[in-house]
Ligand binder design. Structure first.
Ligand code: ZN
Length: 282
């Protein structure tokens, strides 16, 4: 297991942590400000969201690399099944993959979407998801991008996800069986899973991303009250040990949706805190 006590070059910022995901939240920094602030603090990479790039994906990718940082990934495809699926879906999936390629992002995250309207439970949605992910993988492979299925905490079932565990995501990987497909592991979504270590071992070689935050014991909002590493109850070192045992040696990206706390603070303080907590608790 890597030792981050004296070295945080594996630390990446997911820009959601500075609050841009909600209109009116966060300090409203430009991508350029954010890149410079991360470079000054020795971050290794940045993960962007599509909504902040517009038609500047290539430019922002180049600016990131010129500052000595890696583009670690892009969030995310549109929802691919369930009630929130855009029309026409295939065009928007391709556009998200093309944006990742223009940005130079090696990985694009998939939040699957929930249960397909007119169906119940998970079976029909999984069938449809596997079919659509397979099509997306062909395009991603042509563009040199990998797709990472991100299972979400079960409380997001219904409208946002039909994958709740690493084991669920692995089952879709197994069915699709495409070299462009893997799994993103987010502490917020998997910390509770007592079978996580075994599931990660089964998925060895397929882990494409690792997302950091913490689970607050007294959380107040299921989407927007994530904790800073060290403030909650997730066993961060144990999770990372299992993720690394499954072959992952890439960036650890901090992804903290926190409307009432971290998004209200000065981004400089948020970034400094991340570095400190990463070294001490992750
Ligand atoms: Zn995540």
């Amino acid at each position: 297991m890597r030792d981050f006590g004296q070295d945080h070059s594996a630390l990446a910022l997911n820009t959601a942590s500075l609050g841009h995901n909600l209109d009116g939240a966060g300090a409203g920094w430009s991508s350029e400000q954010l890149i410079d602030a991360c470079a000054e603090r020795g971050f290794g990479g940045i993960v962007y969201w599509r909504r902040e790039l517009g038609d500047r994906a290539q430019q922002i990718g180049e600016r990131t690399r010129a500052a000595g940082l890696a583009v670690a990934g892009l969030c995310r495809t549109p929802l691919m099944v369930g009630p929130g699926t855009p029309q026409p879906l295939e065009d928007e999936v391709r556009a998200s993959i093309d944006m990742a390629a223009a940005l130079g992002a090696p990985v694009l995250t998939i939040v699957t979407g929930g249960t397909e309207p007119g169906t119940k439970g998970l079976g029909p949605s999984w069938d449809l998801l596997a079919e659509r992910v397979a099509v997306a993988c062909d395009h991603a492979a042509r563009q040199g991008v990998k797709l990472a299925l991100e299972p979400l905490n079960p409380m997001f079932g219904g409208n946002r996800t039909c994958l709740f565990t690493v084991a669920d995501a692995y089952e879709i990987c197994r069915r699709v069986n495409h070299p462009a497909l893997g799994i993103a592991v987010d502490v917020y979504h998997v910390w509770w899973d007592s079978r996580l270590t075994e599931s990660l071992a089964a998925a060895k070689g397929l882990i494409l991303g690792y997302h950091l935050c913490d689970w607050l014991a007294e959380t107040s909002h299921m989407l927007l009250d994530r904790g800073m590493m060290g403030d909650g109850v997730a066993d961060l070192r144990a999770i990372r040990a299992a993720v690394e045992a499954a072959g992952y040696a890439g960036f650890c990206e901090v992804e903290i949706f926190s409307a009432e706390d971290w998004w209200k603070r000065d981004p400089r303080e948020v970034l400094d805190t991340m570095v400190d907590r990463f070294r001490r608790f992750c």
